[in-house]
Design a protein around this ligand. Structure first.
Ligand SMILES: [Zn+2]
Length: 488
């Protein structure tokens, strides 16, 4: 990279960092103004440069329309029309697929300017997302300016050059999935400020422990299941990060962070676990709150509508059945009112940390993995905590997974820590007690399956809950949620 290009990247990063300092009371209007400006600019740009949106926005006054006047977009629609969605008319889905098929291209900008990623496909077909360098810099700036402790010492603080933040990312092996690709495109100019080590959940645990002990990171980011795995290693005394005294913060991503799990990780390491909610389609959607369990929505960079199955907004404090995402900073592949099956709850109260951006209080498991029980002919959600709380009593446990295999029938897969043995009867008793205290005594048929290890799925994640039978029949089936709106 030439000196001029590096200087302009550095200038862009520092300007964005400055602009993204979290708004405090009295600055909300400015955030909403920015959101409105970017929203209108996005709509105009999409209509002028994308054949798909030109058709879609026909007859809509993009300068005055309400958000609800715009059609929604689901993933199959986006993927079927990808070439026409791109505003750079030279982009072709087939070229992108060929590029990412070659792992030698990891971290390489496509056509010299585009960062590429694909979603895991664990939620149906994978989606491809293309963004330019500006969008990548925006995502990093948001991450460092908001909601994590590293930010206060980050750019342009000269001290970080002498004493760079030490970050570990534990995801999976390198690839084009979002959590990997994001850090592969980490701006070169910012590298002196951050020492980065990457680890994979597929690496042997002894190796991970050794590397962590040697590196003594200030910041660890990973899937909830990986952080939980590390917490067990710390509890067992093999991992020594608490002793090193360098660790400042951990960040959980990509998987829900149930309160008992967060507490366990925090107790093990003595640092706060932030919880960030984002996705390939919008990496800068939110930043984990440094004080509470929630994540602050970056309202100037994205619009997140929490809606019911019919796309009607639900009030704050109530979980929606899905969200509609509008990304305000990716102009290459405009994503407008894009449907995602996440059950998000926005907090009705201001956050105690002082950041006035809306707080995403919780993100429920994808609807398809929600567990449920039937009592007196009526179905109700079964929170996974009834199992998790019970399993906290079992200190020899290394990994676990709950499968719903039938109506009121569940299987607990459990793996013992190395050198330890689990007793199925004891596990069964713990859960029986927990269920009884929730008023569910005698309702559930539970089988215990002891295994050596619960392997992560293709995406490197271990789901704590898997529903193999789908939602109950007295609830709307999953596919009725997808928009059936015909593309105009
Ligand atoms: Zn907060």
């Amino acid at each position: 990279m030439g000196i001029l290009a590096a200087a302009s990247e550095l200038l862009e990063l520092s300007t964005k960092l400055h602009k993204l300092i979290p708004p405090r009371t009295g600055e909300v209007d400015r955030t909403m103004e920015l959101r409105e400006e970017r929203f209108r600019r996005l709509l105009r740009f999409a209509r002028e440069n994308s054949p798909f949106y030109k058709e879609r926005l026909r007859g809509i006054d993009v300068d005055t329309c309400a958000l609800a006047d715009l059609p929604t977009l689901n993933k199959p629609q986006m993927m079927a029309n990808l070439d026409d969605i791109f505003t750079d008319r030279t982009l072709r889905r087939s070229d992108i697929e060929a590029f990412i098929a070659d792992h030698a291209n990891i971290g390489v900008y496509f056509k010299g300017k585009y960062a590429l990623c694909h979603t895991s496909g664990s939620q149906g077909q994978p989606a491809l997302v293309v963004q330019d360098k500006h969008a990548i810099i925006t995502s990093f700036a948001a991450q460092f300016a908001r909601g994590n402790k590293v930010r206060r010492k980050f750019l342009p603080h000269i001290g970080r050059l002498v004493n760079p933040a030490r970050m570990v990312i534990i995801t999976q092996r390198p690839g084009f999935y979002p959590s990997s690709t994001f850090f592969n495109y980490f701006p070169r100019v910012a590298r002196p400020y951050l020492k980065l080590q990457r680890m994979s959940v597929f690496d042997p645990i002894e190796e991970i422990v050794q590397r962590l002990n040697d590196f003594q990171p200030t910041f660890i980011t990973g899937y909830t299941s990986s952080l939980e795995y590390l917490a067990r290693e710390q509890e067992a005394g093999r991992l020594k990060l608490r002793e090193g005294g360098k660790l400042e913060q951990m960040n959980s991503m990509s998987e829900p962070l149930p309160p008992p799990v967060a507490e366990r990780i925090e107790n093990a390491f003595g640092v706060h676990v932030t919880n960030s909610y984002s996705m390939a389609e919008c990496m800068a959607l939110s930043c984990g709150c440094p004080v509470c369990r929630g994540s602050h929505l970056n309202s100037d960079l994205a619009i997140l509508e929490v809606v019911d199955a019919n796309n009607n907004p639900v009030p704050n404090g109530t979980p929606g059945s899905k969200v509609l995402l509008t990304n305000l900073y990716n102009f290459v592949q405009p994503i407008i009112r894009y449907e995602i099956d996440d059950m998000v709850t926005i907090s009705p109260r201001p956050c105690t940390c002082g950041n006035v951006l809306p707080l995403i209080e919780s993100v429920g498991g994808r609807a398809k993995d929600q567990l449920w029980v039937e009592i007196n002919g009526r179905s109700r959600d079964l929170p996974i905590y009834v199992f998790l709380a019970a399993l906290d009593n079992e200190t020899d446990l290394a990994e676990h997974q709950i499968l719903q295999t039938g109506v009121n029938t569940f299987v607990l897969r459990a793996a013992a820590q190395s050198g330890k043995q689990l007793s199925p009867e004891r596990l069964h008793n713990y859960i029986k007690q927990s269920l009884a205290s929730e008023g569910l005594g005698g309702v559930i048929n539970l089988e215990i399956e002891l295994v050596d290890r619960i392997l992560p799925d293709k995406a490197g994640k271990v789901s704590r809950a898997k529903n193999l039978i789908g939602p109950p029949s007295d609830q709307p089936p999953e596919n009725s949620k997808a928009s059936s709106r015909v593309i105009a």
